[in-house]
Design a protein around this ligand. Structure first.
Ligand SMILES: Nc1ncnc2c1ncn2[C@@H]1O[C@H](COP(=O)(O)OP(=O)(O)O)[C@@H](O)[C@H]1O
Ligand SMILES: [Mg+2]
Length: 341
């Protein structure tokens, strides 16, 4: 285990991020979002993301070090997201981290992005300790894990088709909202009635388990939008947004509580971009409090992609000593099974 400040780098998708984390304390966290760059395309263009990371990463690292009041030489190690994500984007972070670590003769820590989302709750001031059930909901993943050991979250359930964030983004698009859809949908939903429409959420006919299904909900929204027509949809946009948001986030909170009940833990945590959603945060907090569970809800900036969470997960990764990491690679996908430290 590394003691001392760790410089962490995250470039798995469309955020170029760097942070300095020392123990559970975030000394700095810098995120340069490329969202504006991808907005005209309605989604992330992998090649554009990778090229933009190249142009931005050094400045973001410099700023993270400066805000922490450190030089590279003062750090104890460099950490980086190695998987899963867009391969070109990941390679920029991994190559940068290797070069910095090599030049400064520091060890390197290779981190799984999803493990980063789980470990956001390890950071101060939440400083959660196991055992707890973790819900991670992002653009690519939706899963529940039992965390008894930070190094080895144990899978409890996951989406069988689309991720919750994907459902949010596709729904936002159907309602004519700009990319990125999550924050725009949340803003529009504030003026709407969440009981105005019912959108069925999948897994009908299956025993109540801990898996998720989001493929059907966006189709249900599509049918509603067609029924209402252009003028009708425009008139009911806020109600549609509020009802749709409810259909996506309610199952997340419900299944998190079900998982806590089944495992007998007394704490729950949420993470991933969708965990920045105000309605989900409210539902989880209320449900956990009603059951007397401790609840860890990281700051919004620690839910959406960032490097501080990578610095947190790095605490549980095995350091690769200088210079043994030069041949290590990035990977687009995570190995099957659970989240690996
Ligand atoms: N306020 C919000 N409400 C709902 N969803 C959100 C909100 N903010 C971000 N999201 C969603 O989170 C997802 C991105 O998750 P994130 O963890 O940041 O990235 P990635 O999926 O690349 O790991 C997107 O689908 C986005 O729409
Ligand atoms: Mg993420």
């Amino acid at each position: 285990m590394i003691t001392g400040p760790v410089l962490a780098i995250e470039t798995s998708c469309d955020e170029t991020a760097a942070a300095v984390v020392e123990g559970r304390v975030v000394r700095s966290s810098v995120v340069a979002s490329q969202a504006d760059l991808h907005a005209p395309y309605g989604g992330v263009v992998p090649e554009v993301a990778a090229r933009h990371h190249i142009g931005t990463v050094n400045a973001v690292v410099d700023r993270a070090l400066a805000e922490a009041g450190l030089r590279l030489a003062d750090t104890a190690a460099v950490a980086v997201t190695r998987r899963p994500g867009l391969i070109g984007a990941l390679l920029v972070g991994v190559a940068t981290a290797k070069a910095l670590a090599y030049a400064a003769r520091k060890p390197l820590l290779m981190v799984d992005h999803l493990h980063g989302h789980v470990c956001a709750s390890w950071l101060a001031p939440l400083a959660l300790d196991p055992p707890f059930v973790s819900l991670i909901a992002s653009g690519g993943h939706t899963r529940l894990d039992l965390v008894r050991d930070w190094r080895a979250p144990e899978p409890l359930g996951q989406t069988l088709d689309d991720a919750a964030g994907e459902a949010i983004d596709k729904g936002a698009r159907l309602l004519g909202l700009p990319y990125p859809g999550g924050p725009a949908l949340e803003r529009l939903a504030r003026d709407g009635d969440r009981d105005a429409f019912t959108f069925p959420v999948g897994l009908a006919g299956r025993p109540p388990g801990l898996d998720f299904s989001y493929a059907g909900v966006k189709t249900a929204l599509l049918y509603r939008v067609r029924e209402l027509g252009e003028a009708g949809t425009a008139e009911r946009r806020a109600d549609l947004a509020a009802s749709y948001q409810e259909a996506v986030v309610r199952p997340l909170a419900d299944r998190l509580m079900r998982a806590a009940e089944r495992t007998g833990v007394t704490a729950v945590a949420i993470g991933g971009g969708v965990a920045a959603n105000g309605r989900l945060r409210e539902l989880v907090r209320a449900a956990a409090e009603a059951r007397g569970l401790r609840v860890a809800i990281p700051d919004r900036a620690l839910c959406t992609d960032n490097a501080a969470m990578i610095g947190a997960a790095a605490h549980f990764a095995d350091p690769v000593p200088w210079p043994d990491y030069l041949a290590l690679d990035a990977m687009a996908t995570a190995p099957p099974g659970g989240i690996a430290a």
